[in-house]
Design a protein around this ligand. Structure first.
Ligand code: ADP
Ligand code: MG
Length: 700
């Protein structure tokens, strides 16, 4: 086998890691930098200058000529503005320059990024500030400095700022709990995240022939091929050479960028695949997932392929998600969601578990809103995607432990005594419960929760911001209670607290089949919310309890939340508007004419046949013509109506607009889709203007 990369040497070779920093920055300055990282104090300009100088030298040695502040605006993607290192010295000469000031703060023109009204038009400036907790890296000849992005008045305009604030909140509250359990060692607590990234890979030439794929990233019609995923022959199947070459290539790029790309396999749908990295701290995982998506798209292009990250590029086959594996760990690497061996460790584990379960129950609506956007609406509740109702799957072993606590009985029927928290150890909980419940939106998998609702294209910052914050809130509530309890009474209090929390929130625990129709009714009886669409979910984003939560933990101010709501609702409407216009265009300009053209040829055939034979011989042609004419009439009529609906939509605002887009625009698009699909199967391939699902899904 050809060996073209020494992974141990090249891993993170494009990243300014602490090890690299040690080579380029004086150790006295590194000591100061590390101290600031620990205490959260700000860096002095001298230290920033020293680090900037080191970064610049390293970047130039790697061939970089530019630097950029790399940030994550509310578009959901990343943004960068590159500045050359060059600085004139007079006499036509330049030097390569990069100061601490340039490292620490940038001033990109923010006027074209979504701000939701946070930025008055007279103050278009936005500021970017270095996030020293995430490593700088080199991409495409530029030194990229991860930054946060905010307005003149200090309000966040990005995904990263609230995420960092939520991590601080989680750290503060989790440390309080650990101290109550006598832990004096732990310096900080953070969440750990491993996002599994699903994607489709299709041929670039075919992609370029479809307006819908090019503009919307998904198909707006297409009849199902005779075979898709029913034989389950793609999932974990052997990877085709062209796909494998692509995967190897992007893995190499990711490794150089320090991304721990680990697992790759074929997914359920034809042409669908997955990449999973090894988990890391939440902030890095978020940055790295953005890099991963960028790299996967760029590398595909070099291979004549297109990497589709849309949630539902093809109707009728599985969509793509981004399973967000989430746990809470200490700086010493101890996983706080891992069942322990001693009674005290178990009590602590059960307390964190209770916090997670009850926080998800209390903030179902907020968590739901973090995965609410147009693309994900096409997926949630569909093939192999969790339903829009939030519930938690614990697995049978853990569920019976919880049940025994709630009901004061033994957990397996063999013990005479019920479990007493803080006194007894728990039964063994297998690390990876193999009876994986794929239909659950949130599943406990032994020592982490897998949140399966995020969509493949989205930033994981939003979901993790909420997971961190709701957990912090519950831990805060518990710490407030436990702080007041004398140490000899702590075990009793813990037992009561855990028992009452599980009792109060057990409705969110569901081990059954989330796809089952009866679950909708059952969930309704339990009082769980069911927001099937973005429009519905966003109605609750600004509920007072959600705003209070974010304010209390200093994650987002009310105005930041109001702005976000505005941006998300507007984006939802914009996406649907673009899709609807694309569909109108494709149907009017290509599909209706193609159908008419074939009809014309059938008319001529029928006329020719009539000259030679009597009527009976023209039946097939006549029937086809009748069906096609009916399709064309329907398409023309629906497209007209869709145009009118779009006009009407533009006169509405906010939630009303979103509701209208969902109820009217989307449903017209669905009706057009079925008329087009009907026509597609009646027409010979040579008349059909677009690549079909068979071609798109089976040609790589
Ligand atoms: P599966 O597809 O069976 O769910 P994978 O191995 O594909 O499993 O993905 C599991 C993901 O969970 C990986 O990204 C892995 O690094 C991550 N993970 C494992 N342990 C933890 C943990 N303690 N906290 C967060 N993520 C974790
Ligand atoms: Mg998984």
């Amino acid at each position: 086998m050809e060996k073209d990369m020494d992974l141990t040497k090249e891993f993170a070779s494009c990243v300014f890691t602490e090890e690299t920093m040690e080579k380029y920055v004086p150790s006295s300055e590194i000591v100061k930098y590390r101290k600031c990282m620990e205490t959260g104090e700000s860096l002095s300009m001298d230290t920033a200058d020293a680090i900037a100088k080191g970064m610049k030298e390293w970047a130039i040695s790697m061939g970089a000529t530019h630097y950029c502040h790399w940030f994550q605006p509310l578009t959901g993607g990343t943004a960068e503005k590159h500045e050359g290192f060059i600085s004139p010295t007079g006499k036509g000469k330049v030097i390569m320059d990069f100061s601490g000031k340039e490292l620490v703060k940038g001033e990109p023109d923010a006027s074209s990024f979504p701000s939701g009204g946070l930025r008055a038009t007279f103050e278009a400036r936005g500021y970017s500030a270095w996030d020293p907790t995430s490593y700088a890296f080199i991409a495409d000849g530029s030194l990229c400095v991860p930054t946060v992005f905010f307005s003149y008045s200090g309000e966040s305009l990005d995904q990263k700022t609230p995420l960092l604030r939520s991590l601080s909140a989680l750290n503060r509250q989790a440390l309080r709990i650990l101290r109550i359990f006598g832990d004096k060692e732990t310096k900080y607590v953070t969440s750990m995240v491993g996002p599994e990234q699903e994607y489709f890979l299709i041929d670039k030439e075919l992609f370029n022939k479809r307006e819908d794929l090019k503009i919307c990233g998904r198909t707006l019609f297409g009849s199902r091929p005779p075979k898709t995923q029913e034989l389950n022959d793609h999932y974990f199947g052997s990877i085709k050479p062209r796909v494998s070459a692509y995967m190897k290539d992007f893995e190499k790029e990711l490794w150089k960028l320090g991304v721990l790309a680990k697992t790759k396999h074929n997914e359920v749908a034809p042409s669908q695949h997955e990449m999973a990295p090894i988990y890391t701290d939440c902030n890095s995982a978020n940055d790295q997932n953005q890099l991963t998506m960028n790299v996967m798209r760029q590398v595909a292009d070099r291979h004549g392929l297109v990497c589709l990250l849309a949630e539902k590029p093809f109707d009728g086959v599985n969509g793509s998600g981004k399973h967000n594996n989430w746990s809470v760990a200490t700086d010493k690497g101890k996983n706080l969601l891992s069942p322990g061996k001693t009674p005290s460790q178990n009590a602590q584990f059960l307390l964190f578990l209770a916090a997670f379960v009850s926080s998800v129950d209390e903030y179902q609506d907020l968590l739901r809103s973090t995965v609410a956007y147009a693309g994900n609406d096409n997926r949630l509740g569909g093939h192999e995607a969790p339903p829009a109702i939030i519930s938690i799957f614990l697995g049978s072993e853990l569920q019976s432990v919880i049940d025994s606590i709630i009901q004061d009985r033994s957990y397996d029927g063999t013990d005479v005594k019920p479990i007493k928290i803080g006194i007894d150890t728990m039964p063994f909980i297998p690390r990876d419960t193999t009876d994986r419940n794929r239909t659950s939106p949130i599943a406990f998998t032994g020592n982490k929760f897998e949140f399966r609702m995020p969509g493949s294209s989205q930033s994981i910052a939003g979901p993790n911001t909420v997971l961190n914050t709701i957990m912090a809130e519950k831990l805060c509530e518990y710490a407030d209670i436990l702080d007041k309890v004398a140490s000899e009474a702590i075990n009793d209090k813990l037992h009561d607290l855990i028992k009452s929390e599980f009792t109060a929130h057990s409705r969110i625990l569901f081990n059954g089949n989330g796809y089952d129709k009866s679950w909708v009714e059952e969930a309704r009886k339990r009082g769980l919310s069911n927001f099937a669409t973005t429009a519905q979910a966003m109605h609750h984003y600004l509920d007072p309890k959600n705003v209070e939560l974010m304010k209390k933990h200093a994650v987002m101010s009310e105005s930041e939340m109001t702005a976000r709501k505005e941006i998300y609702v507007e984006k939802y409407c914009n996406v649907l508007s673009i899709e609807a216009h694309t569909l109108i265009d494709m149907v009017r300009r290509e599909i209706i004419p193609a159908v008419s053209e074939f009809e014309g040829s059938l008319f001529r055939t029928i006329a020719d046949m009539r000259a030679l034979f009597d009527g009976a011989f023209q039946q097939v042609e006549r029937d086809t013509c009748t069906k096609l004419m009916s399709c064309n009439i329907r398409m023309a009529d629906l497209v007209e109506k869709l145009g009118e609906a779009l006009d009407k939509a533009s006169s509405l605002e906010g939630d009303d607009m979103a509701d209208y887009y969902h109820d009217k625009v989307l449903s017209l698009m669905e009706r057009i889709r079925s008329a087009v699909n009907e026509a597609e199967v009646l027409i010979p391939a040579k008349y059909w203007p677009y690549p079909t699902y068979s071609q798109l899904l089976f040609s790589v």
